[in-house]
Design a protein. Structure first.
Length: 95
């Protein structure tokens, strides 16, 4: 039950992050994914997800399969070797 709850909370956070960005300008080369699309890609194991929140926040709960990486220190070695894979970076705003 805890895993399901954590998953639902994490997907809710992801949805809010996408909703907050809906009014912002789009950047060339980047696409938006819906929560359902991300969940489908997780199920198919066809995505790499990176959580850029504080490490303690990541430990407290994160999107399933998300790896923690410091937003200030992302290295090429952190990224998938297969450059055709979809990657998602997410964080929350503490304001």
């Amino acid at each position: 039950m805890t895993i399901l709850r954590t998953t639902l909370v994490a997907l809710g956070v992801l949805f809010l992050a996408f909703a907050a960005r809906a009014g912002e300008a789009k950047h060339e080369g980047f696409n938006e994914l819906s929560v359902d699309e991300v969940a489908d890609l997780i199920a198919k194991r066809d995505i790499d997800i990176f959580d850029n929140n504080a490490y303690d926040d990541w430990k407290a709960g994160h999107v399933p399969t998300a790896k923690w990486v410091s937003f200030k220190d992302v290295k090429e070695a952190d990224l998938p070797k297969d450059r055709s894979r979809k990657v998602v970076f997410y964080c929350h705003d503490r304001k």
